[in-house]
Design a protein around this ligand. Structure first.
Ligand code: UD1
Length: 438
């Protein structure tokens, strides 16, 4: 373990010296997934609007570039984004930008509702699975859009470039993105749209609240049946994004794995119900401090089983981070990923750190080891990168996490926040061969 090791890295990496106890309070940023959907939703507003508590992230930057390409003028003012979407230039999103960010496909609904036409490149697969858009397309067709998929482009048009028509839509699966696409499209449609088996995630509810703040008529968001009564026009608004429940859970798990008492906030405690239940099943206690903060009291770690599900079930976006924790939780845990088909790629990296995990299909069997050992590891997707950081904080020795572009997509100043509570980590950005002593 103390052999000098050569890391050939032209990309920045995180160097984490594990074993520090953390202490203090972490400020939780605005929710990435809410902000992305709401940015797309801002296209519905033929006026100026403002959203606040927007995290500073690579994904937000990419979505901003797509909106700019469509003709929206965007100004960042601290944590707020100001949009002027009065003069949209075009209905076609550029391929190179959409291919970088799957959520950018969500502009299809608002563009179609506002302009009667949208041309969006198919987002394609991504690291965690194929991620088709059939449910989005079926919903838009049910509302009267003609949708042709040709040469990798989804071309949706309302006949005569008129208005979409309200419809009753049953989703075969409660897809977050499809629910959001249909909900946004329906805000300006003629008549009433009912979405059954809708996604109930807090980010869907946040998007509905944002649309309602512009004059939309949406009820039931946050339940499995959403009713949208179309209106003629939406007006400007000033809307704050909810706190990021995935970031919040990531810090709670970091407290649990390092045996540290930490506080996080602001958060909406109800958004973390399943994560808190699992943490308490594993051993630590999570105590509410006032209305919007949580205190993690560390405890002995015991094995538990996890199955990812649509909300209010256990979130797939927290699976990798919990798996890092379970690697040292006494006993045997079973982690089943049911939402995405390829979301266990962090297993190979955790094994490099000494974890004992076997994978069969989409199920990981985790047997506890007494401790993890620092190692060079590669982030394979956004949440996997957070899992490796968490593992590194608890590991003996030094962990080098590469592939930081994943982390930067979805965590605002992760290393700054960890440093503030006492973690020993730093970002190394060398454009040359580095000698790292492990
Ligand atoms: C959103 C989140 C992502 C989270 C996921 C599930 C954003 C920007 N991203 O992604 O972080 O992990 O919800 O909570 O909000 N599916 C289809 N056909 C479709 C749409 C989806 O088969 O038309 C499938 C997907 O392949 C996947 C499952 O449904 O297996 C869930 O996907 P979905 O809920 O749509 O996730 P996203 O909206 O892409």
């Amino acid at each position: 373990m103390n052999q000098p090791m050569q890391i050939e890295s032209e990309q920045p990496y995180l160097e984490i010296r594990g074993g520090q106890t953390l202490c203090g309070e972490v400020r939780i940023s605005g929710a990435k997934n809410s902000a992305l959907a709401i940015m797309a939703g801002s296209l519905l507003c033929a006026d100026e609007c403002r959203i606040s508590n927007v995290p500073s992230l690579a994904d937000i930057e990419s979505m901003g570039q797509i909106l700019t390409a469509l003709g929206v003028n965007i100004v960042r003012n601290g944590s707020a984004l100001e949009f002027d979407g009065r003069h949209l230039k075009q209905a076609q999103a550029p391929y190179d930008l959409v291919s970088q960010l799957r959520a950018s496909f969500f502009v299809i609904g608002p563009l179609l509702a506002r302009q009667g036409e949208a041309k969006i490149p198919l987002p394609g697969g991504c690291a965690i699975g194929a991620r088709p858009v059939d449910l989005h397309v079926r919903g838009l067709r049910a509302m009267g859009a003609h949708v042709i998929i040709d040469h990798g482009m989804v071309h949706a048009q309302v006949p005569g470039n008129g208005r979409l028509k309200g419809a009753k839509i049953y989703l075969d699966y409660p897809s977050v993105g499809a629910t959001e696409t249909i909900m946004m499209a329906a805000t300006l449609a003629q008549g009433e749209t009912i979405v059954e088996n809708a996604a109930q995630e807090p980010e869907v509810e946040d998007l509905a609240r944002f649309c309602n703040s512009m004059g939309a008529k949406i009820t039931g968001a946050g339940t499995n049946t959403i009713v949208i009564t179309g209106v003629d026009r939406l007006h400007s608004t000033d809307y704050p994004i909810i706190p990021d429940r995935v970031e919040a859970a990531t810090f709670l798990i970091a407290g649990a794995i390092t045996g540290s008492e930490i506080i996080i906030g602001p958060i909406v405690p109800e958004h973390l119900t399943s994560a808190i239940a699992k943490l308490e099943a594993i051993g630590p206690k999570v105590i509410k401090e006032g209305s919007n903060r949580l205190r993690l009291i560390p405890g002995e770690l015991r094995a538990t089983d996890i199955e990812t599900l649509p909300y209010p079930g256990f979130p797939t976006d927290m699976q990798a981070q919990f798996m890092a924790l379970l690697t040292i939780a006494e006993g045997s845990s079973v982690v089943s990923e049911t939402v995405f088909e390829n979301r266990l790629r962090h297993v190979a990296e955790l094994k490099r750190m000494g974890a004992d995990i076997k994978v069969k299909g989409n199920v990981a069997f985790v047997k506890s080891v007494p401790f993890l050992s620092g190692a060079p590891v590669m982030a394979t997707d956004l949440r996997a990168s957070a899992a490796l950081v968490i593992a590194g904080l608890a590991a003996h020795g030094t962990t080098i996490v590469q592939g930081l572009h994943h982390l930067d997509r979805g965590y605002e100043d992760l290393e700054g926040k960890f440093k503030k509570i006492g973690a020993n980590l730093r970002r190394v950005d060398l454009k040359q061969v580095a000698n790292v002593k492990l």
